[in-house]
Structures are given as C-alpha cells and as structure tokens.
Design a protein around this ligand. Structure first.
Ligand SMILES: C[S@@+](CC[C@H](N)C(=O)[O-])C[C@H]1O[C@@H](n2cnc3c(N)ncnc32)[C@H](O)[C@@H]1O
Length: 255
C-alpha cells in the first residue's frame, strides 16, 4: 500500500487533535431526525441535499467525520459507507453508531484513494470532508470512478468567494476587503496551523467535474439567514447576508 500524500498525512494529524471538539456537535446531529447543514445549520427541507428516498441505494460519505450525514442517509434507507482518514473521528462515529443502532459501515481511508471497486455507489456526498480537506484533482476522479453512470455527487464546502475575503488570522472574521487572489485558488495553508485546505474557483470546479464525466446540475451559494448565529470564529452572519459563506455542488456522473 502506497503512503498517503504529504498533505493527507498533515490533515489527518490535525484532525486527530480537532476531533474532540467535534464530538458534541456530532452527537447532536446524530440525534436529529431533521437534517441541517453547514455553518448556519440550514434545514434540509430548504436545501434538499439528500434524495428523500434512498431505499436500497448504495451511499458513500467521503470524509464522514462523526458520520451524522451517513446516519441521515441510513435512516432514509440507504446502504451506507462512511470513509474518513482520522481514527479519533471514526471512534466517535463508531460510538454513535452503536448508540443509535444504525447499520452503516465505517472505513479508514482518504478521499484521494477510495478502497472500493468501480461503479459501486449510487450516491456520494461530502459535507466539509473530502470537499475541503482532500485534493480535488485526486478525489473528484475517485468519486467518478466509484459512482455508477447516473449516480449523483453532492458536496458542501466554504464558498471560494469567502476564502478570498478571509484574513489570515484564525479568529478574524471574513471582511468586505479582498484578502487573497481568487484566480488560481487551490491549496490554502493558514499561518497558524499545519493543515492544508483545498478550494477551487467556480470555473475550475466546472472544468474538473466536466473533465471527469460529471454534468453540473445545481450550485447553491448560501449565506446566513437573518439572526443566524454560529460558534465558528471566522464566520460573520452580517457579512454572510451580503456574500456567500458556503456553496453546495450537485453533479451527475454520466461517464
Ligand atoms: C469537518 S469534518 C467533516 C465531517 C462532518 N460532515 C462534520 O462536519 O463533522 C472534516 C473531515 O474531513 C476528514 N478528512 C481529512 N482529510 C481527508 C481526506 N484526505 N479525505 C477525506 N476526508 C478527509 C477529517 O478527518 C474530518 O473528519
């Protein structure tokens, strides 16, 4: 087995440390029968990231973390696998799986190298997992490979626009002044951490998805509802009423 790429090792090491901070929100999300998404906990009934009925569908969550999205898919009837490289995240996921008694599989691995055969899933999703922490030039071709023709890929991440407006300092909020180039966005490293994040411009996403056999069906650019709150230090609800803080891509694999 080949060693993981350098950025993947750094990101797994960072997530080994972050995992404890995510256990509580993971528990709350597992307990909810009403899915919600992202920074502002936007309700599924408004966004519709998940097909209503996943009965018998083979579903993959790429970068599942505590695996609450996997749990939501299992409750809709999906036959679900969650994959994540970080043992401490998978430990929380496994504890919650036991507590809720839901039949889903958890696998340790990275989005850039999925240990599944071709055409083995009907639906793949990433909420701030591979979508943010894996190299898109590697994980998108892998998602295409494991989806059957007609299968769907949905992923949510920070809006590339927001990244262009995000100061370097960890706790500083997004600003109305541009902070870094938008053109050429790809890997982003913040001065106060060792991890590597990945962002593409909208044009780059469309080109990458199309080159890998996907048709883009929908792009949600999401801001904050009036009165929204979050514990995420850099997110600013006032800012996000004028500009998008998050985006969700919906793509169909045509082969
Ligand atoms: C914010 S969590 C996303 C999971 C869940 N939706 C959540 O919000 O808690 C980010 C996850 O990405 C995972 N991750 C890091 N590097 C990855 C990679 N190369 N491929 C897939 N997932 C990765 C981390 O281990 C972490 O569990």
């Amino acid at each position: 087995m080949k060693a993981p790429p350098e950025h993947a090792r750094r990101n797994r090491d960072a997530w080994q440390q972050f995992a404890a901070r995510y256990a509580e929100s993971g528990r709350a999300a597992w307990a909810s029968t009403d899915p919600y998404w992202g920074i502002w906990k936007l309700p599924e009934r408004d966004l519709q990231l998940l097909p209503d009925d996943l009965t018998g569908k083979r579903c993959l969550e790429i970068g599942c973390g505590t695996a609450y999205v996997s749990a939501w898919m299992a409750r809709r009837g999906g036959r679900v696998i969650g994959i994540d490289p970080t043992p401490n995240q998978l430990a929380t996921a496994s504890e919650l799986r036991a507590r809720h008694g839901l039949p889903l599989s958890l696998v340790e691995g990275i989005g850039e190298r999925l240990p599944f055969s071709d055409d083995s899933f009907d639906f793949a999703i990433s909420e701030y997992g591979a979508a943010l922490w894996a190299d898109p030039l590697r994980w998108v071709p892998e998602a295409a490979r494991v989806l059957r023709p007609g299968g769907q890929l949905v992923f949510m991440t920070n809006a590339s626009f927001a990244i262009a407006c995000m100061p370097d300092a960890e706790n500083e909020k997004t600003t109305a002044a541009l902070q870094r180039p938008y053109l050429g966005l790809y890997s982003v490293e913040w001065p106060d951490g060792d991890e590597v994040e990945f962002y593409l411009t909208h044009g780059q996403w469309i080109e990458l998805l199309t080159d890998n056999g996907f048709v883009v069906e929908r792009l949600l650019e999401l801001g904050a509802p009036v009165g929204a709150q979050t514990s995420i230090a850099w997110a600013d609800a006032d800012w996000a009423q004028s500009w998008p803080s998050e985006e969700v891509w919906f793509a169909r694999y045509r082969a």
